[in-house]
Design a protein around this ligand. Structure first.
Ligand code: GLA
Length: 396
């Protein structure tokens, strides 16, 4: 009898301790994370410690840090193997000083450092994954001072997404270093339904591509693609996103040479309306002036970073003309008029169409000027694939 009671107590103790100690680090992403990730411009072969340092330098000198970009994330291919104890090893050719020293460099710039791994046995580029090494890897990242982990979903076989991501969440928590956990499972198992207590952000689509509207298929199904392919996949997901748990329609393609100026503005505006993480993916060292200005448009970034954390709803869908509406703090509202046509459209917009009866002052967030008040109809020209993005301020 004594033994049975003892065993029951033990079970209870183990249960309580895992319940108490198993959670995500709360409050690390009260607003959508902002930063830069190596994948879109450098892919696998292009990364090395020198470049990452120069990117960190450029993030500061370009003014990006000042407007909120914070994380420098190295994506796939930094890792080459494991030592005899199973510790993950960085590529000694590309990262000769080791990851810890790179993390220190990034921290000294006042920035934060992110790393990449995968829930499967291998990463998407067939580097060692974390399967079976979750706790060990999490301890290594913590010892290196890592602040953010992007955790992918390749080579996962029959693994269950919820348990795999929860396991890594617990490993991070036990390693003891507050780390943003970025779930990269491409929306396959609808993480918006289960990941709120597991991660701080989750991908809702397959990989974004460096184009405007070309769909990308996997197993015969569209899983992502150009900017508006990923945008459309966010439809009706807004209610699942909020402070500390964000939908992630994937990174920015601004400055990667394919999107037009208007398309680039549209991506930043629409991503901000969605309260999406803003992870630049261009080579910050060689940005032209217009890319730099675009990425640092504080008036648009403020919409993304609004502390209410409400994601926009599509209030009007007239085919090629769409209107997104996002409530902000202090009774302000952001409205984004989006023209999907290949040609410019001229619109005269009656604010009553989106239920706005009261008078607000209208601020144009790209041209930085007033557009009058909402009791008048708004006359606007929206460029091909472009937006008119405004913020409405109530009169005092
Ligand atoms: C997957 C992810 C991408 C990127 C690559 C790296 O495709 O979805 O964002 O991390 O792997 O291999």
């Amino acid at each position: 009898m004594k033994d049975i009671i003892k065993t029951l107590c033990m079970i209870l103790l183990v249960h309580c301790s895992t319940t108490v100690f198993s959670q995500k680090f709360e409050g690390l992403a009260e607003v959508p994370p902002m930063g830069w990730n190596s994948w879109n411009s450098f892919r696998c072969d292009g990364i090395n410690e020198q470049k990452i340092k120069e990117i960190a330098d450029a993030m500061v000198s370009s003014g990006m840090k000042e407007v909120g970009y914070e994380y420098i994330v190295i994506d796939d291919c930094w890792q080459v193997g494991r030592d005899e104890q199973g510790n993950i090893l960085a590529d000694p050719q590309k990262f000769p000083s080791g990851i810890k020293s790179l993390v220190n460099y990034v921290h000294e710039k006042g920035l934060k450092f992110g790393i990449y791994s995968c829930a499967g046995t291998l990463t998407c580029q067939e580097r060692p994954g974390s399967r079976g090494y979750e706790f060990q890897d999490a301890r290594t990242y913590a010892a290196w001072g890592v602040d953010y982990l992007k955790y992918d979903w390749c080579h996962t076989g029959t693994q269950d997404a919820i348990s795999s991501y929860t396991l890594m969440r617990d490993a991070i928590y036990q390693a003891g270093r507050p780390t943003v956990f970025s779930i990269c499972e491409w929306g396959v198992s609808k993480p918006w339904l289960w990941a709120k207590d597991v991660g701080h952000l989750w991908r809702t689509t397959g990989d974004i591509r460096n184009n405007w509207d070309i769909p990308d298929a996997k197993n015969g199904k569209v899983w992502g693609g150009g900017v508006i392919i990923n945008l459309d996949m966010q439809y009706l997901l807004d209610e699942f996103s909020g402070p500390d748990h964000w939908n992630d329609p994937d990174m920015l393609e601004i400055g990667n040479g394919k999107l037009t100026l208007e398309e680039s503005r549209s991506q930043l505006s629409l991503w901000s309306m969605l309260s999406a993480p803003l992870m630049a993916g261009n080579d910050l060292r060689n940005m032209d002036e217009s890319t730099m200005k675009l990425l640092t448009n504080e008036e648009v970034i403020t919409i993304d970073q609004d502390s209410l954390g409400i994601s926009a709803k599509k209030a009007i869908d007239d085919g090629e003309f769409e209107v997104f509406v996002k409530p902000l703090t202090d009774d302000e509202v952001s409205v984004c008029f989006f023209n999907r046509e290949d040609v410019r459209v001229d619109i005269e917009f009656d604010w009553k169409r989106i239920g706005i009866e009261q008078s607000y002052r209208i601020r144009d967030l790209w041209n930085h000027k007033s557009l009058g008040v909402t009791t008048d109809k708004l006359k606007m020209e929206i460029p091909a694939h472009g937006v008119v993005h405004v913020q409405l301020h109530p009169h005092q």
